[in-house]
Write a protein that binds this ligand. Structure first.
Ligand code: XMP
Length: 305
């Protein structure tokens, strides 16, 4: 990107010109892309923007509260608690792409309800360049590309970040004064913790992924990973006191990347790895085994599903 300031001014002008005096709606996930797009659009059109945050129940620890705090300044912020509806819809779903589909569909339903309520004319999205490339290559469906505009009858789609890479989006976020917790935040997938639970998503497995991910983020902060998290792989035998238990197996993943299209597993020292396993097995209920994922992308993807 040539100049952040110039980019921001041009993007704001483009948004307000396109919107006129209509109402725009944006899905705010708390990720750096949608947060930056929302902050840009809010600077451009203020109360004409309705940011919608859907709590899918698949978010990281404390994420919903953080969103309410960081974006509370936007007068028309809507926070929708849809966690029970998501869990219901995900019951019995094991195929990764089917999971994404169910989550994407439910998201559309939730979003559509608010869009109709506020009578939104335009949709703003935080789509960035790599999203478009991966979607075009059909490597993986990204629910933040396409879908929404076709379902709700919007007059237009505004994608101010469409030509930017992730590090450029972070520059824009910093320029807009978005708090560090957002601008420096690791990417988090649209389907949330569901793609970090292998197989059927249950409240129990999501709890394990959430608790363990919070520990991983905390312990690995000093390694400055592109993404670091925990996934729930299945169950395996362990011992607790004198008893054999059949606890969850948690995989820790920590990768370096520029844009998520390729990635390298990070080299962690043994002490760090041991600290991770001891904190996770010691504090996450019903977890008896921790493994570290050493696979780069390719051949693996960053997420587990
Ligand atoms: P993968 O797992 O494909 O991830 O190597 C590459 C980057 O994309 C994120 N990711 C997603 N983001 N919807 C999203 O919005 C998705 O379905 C999705 N799947 C993966 C992942 O976290 C990583 O940053």
């Amino acid at each position: 990107m040539v100049d952040v300031e110039e980019f921001v001014e041009e993007a704001k002008a483009e948004i307000s010109e396109e919107l006129g005096d209509s109402t725009a709606i944006i899905a705010l996930s708390g990720g750096v892309d949608s947060s930056t797009a929302a902050a840009l659009a809010y600077e451009a059109v203020g109360e004409q923007l309705v940011p919608v945050y859907v709590d899918t129940g698949l978010m990281r620890k404390g994420e919903t509260e953080e969103i309410e705090e960081v974006f509370g300044y936007m007068e028309r912020l809507r926070v929708v608690d849809a966690s029970e509806r998501y869990l219901d819809k995900l019951e019995g779903v094991t195929d990764p792409e089917e999971k994404r589909h169910v989550i994407g569909e439910q998201f559309i339903r939730e979003f559509e309800t608010v869009a109709e309520e506020v009578d939104a004319d335009y949709l703003v999205q935080g789509t960035i360049y790599p999203d478009r490339i991966e979607s075009e290559g059909n490597i993986k469906s990204h629910h933040n590309v396409g879908g929404l505009p076709d379902v709700v009858d919007f007059d237009g789609l505004i994608e101010p970040l469409r030509d930017l890479y992730k590090d450029e989006v972070r520059e824009v976020a910093r320029h807009l004064g978005l708090e560090e917790v957002i601008s420096e935040r690791m990417p988090f997938p649209g389907p949330g913790l569901a793609v970090r639970v292998v197989g059927e998503v249950t409240e129990e497995k999501v709890r394990v992924a959430r608790e363990a991910t919070a520990i991983v983020e905390d312990e690995l902060e000093e390694y400055d990973p592109w993404q670091a998290f925990a996934a729930v792989l299945g169950r395996a035998t362990g011992v607790k006191g004198d008893n054999r238990v059949h606890g969850h197996v948690v995989a820790v993943r920590s990768v370096e990347s520029r844009d998520g299209m390729t990635a390298r597993a990070q080299e962690l020292d043994w002490e760090t790895l041991q600290r991770l396993q001891s904190r996770i097995t010691g504090t996450v209920e019903d977890c008896s085994r921790v493994v570290y994922d050493v696979t780069h992308k390719p051949p693996a993807t960053i997420e587990y599903e």
